[in-house]
Design a protein around this ligand. Structure first.
Ligand code: M6R
Length: 368
């Protein structure tokens, strides 16, 4: 059932191009209408929304952080992202014009469910993004967009993560359309870019052998850092979470701009630092990131740089370069996360850990 792979996680990493394609399939009718699996919200309801709050945990929370960039950019609706476990304990401002998006692979995460119930009590419109048909979170929501990743068995989330990003983008585009902010042509253009991502992810998967090799080399590292900016920041957080849960290693993700406010003190000789470089088109961000790489390299860090193909500006300061296919900035997480998944998986293997069942963790966390 592992389809010839040693672990479910490896199989699930390999399934990502198909998972993305399946999640996009048939979402928009030829007239450009979005198809939600279960929709109990009218277009009038959606036009009334004046705030979006995303609630989720763990890897699904990182999707929320990424989604915020696309949602605010495409819809101009303010969007907050909150850990589900924190949400209901702070008396959040929620009313009938708030849309709460609950993201959960399993649909059974208790923290997310309790946050969702709190939101509904305050009359919010609740939309679920979920990978498990008929699970509790979609059942208790007003609308559902299923991700079609197929069953995810490994405790570490991989293909669900990528499909959840796609699902949030589809929702953002739909909201933009209903509210008259984006029209047919623009949406078609973005969808066309999204439709190219399965091929881009497949391309990344073909070139991950050096990443595996690197994981074996870094097996005894005491700590690994990940830095990124914009949507690369949540990618850094996700890279660090994967390494913690699978390799039981100390790992941290930072927004690169925060380095100088403290974390740069951690940099010492030989410390591995993964850097997610924004596409070159984002001039300011890109150049700031190149300076960050120079700064940490000057302090002895071992820099592992994820950068789009054709961009050689970082080569002089990179100990290792991981080339990513060229994609628009908002889609970069879909390709940049994949080598980080592979790195953690290989690190866990090199250390002799159970890749699919890391210690102390369960696939779905049904206690608060
Ligand atoms: O099923 P959910 O998406 O609600 O799960 C949320 C987290 O428990 C989950 O993403 C967890 O962080 C994963 N083990 C990460 O790989």
């Amino acid at each position: 059932e592992k389809g010839g792979y040693d672990y479910f996680m490896l199989k699930e990493i390999a399934e990502q191009p198909k998972a993305i394609a399946d999640t996009l399939l048939g979402r928009f009718t030829p007239e450009g209408r979005l198809h939600l699996d279960e929709m109990r919200l009218s277009d009038d309801d959606l036009r009334e929304v004046d705030k979006i709050i995303i609630i989720a945990c763990g890897t699904s929370f990182h999707v929320g952080l990424i989604a915020k960039y696309a949602i605010e950019h495409w819809t101009r609706i303010p969007c907050e992202v909150e850990l589900a476990s924190e949400f209901r304990y702070r008396d959040p401002i929620v009313d009938r014009s708030t849309m709460v998006i609950a993201i959960s692979q399993s649909g059974e995460t208790m923290d997310t469910l309790m946050a969702l119930r709190h939101a509904r009590e305050q009359k919010a419109k609740v939309l679920a993004i979920c990978n498990t048909n008929g699970s509790t979170i979609p059942r208790e929501s007003d609308a559902v967009l299923y991700t079609y990743a197929g069953p995810e068995i490994a405790v570490a989330s991989t293909k669900a993560f990528l499909t959840q990003i796609v699902a949030t983008y589809v929702i953002a585009l739909y909201l933009a359309q209903v509210r008259g902010i984006k029209y047919g042509d623009e949406i078609t253009a973005i969808l066309a870019d999204l439709e190219k991502t399965p091929a881009a992810v497949a391309k990344v998967l073909e070139s991950v052998e050096p990443v595996r090799q690197l994981a074996r080399e870094l097996k005894d590292a005491k700590s690994v850092l990940f830095i990124g900016r914009h949507v690369g920041y949540p990618v850094a957080l996700e890279g660090a979470l994967k390494l913690k849960e699978l390799a039981y290693m100390h790992a941290e993700g930072f927004a690169a701009g925060e380095l100088k406010h403290g974390p740069i003190a951690l940099i010492e000789e030989g410390l591995p630092v993964f850097v997610v470089v924004p596409p070159k088109g984002r001039d300011v961000l890109h150049d700031k990131m190149v300076s960050n790489i120079q700064e940490i390299r000057a302090r002895g860090a071992r820099t592992i740089v994820l950068v789009e193909e054709g961009d050689h500006s970082v080569d002089p300061y990179a100990d290792h370069v991981i080339r990513l296919p060229k994609v628009p900035t908002l889609l970069q997480p879909l390709v940049a996360t994949v080598p980080l998944q592979v790195f953690s998986c290989e690190m866990a293997t090199a250390k002799g850990h159970d890749v699919d069942q890391p210690r102390n963790l369960a696939k779905s966390v049904t206690v608060e």
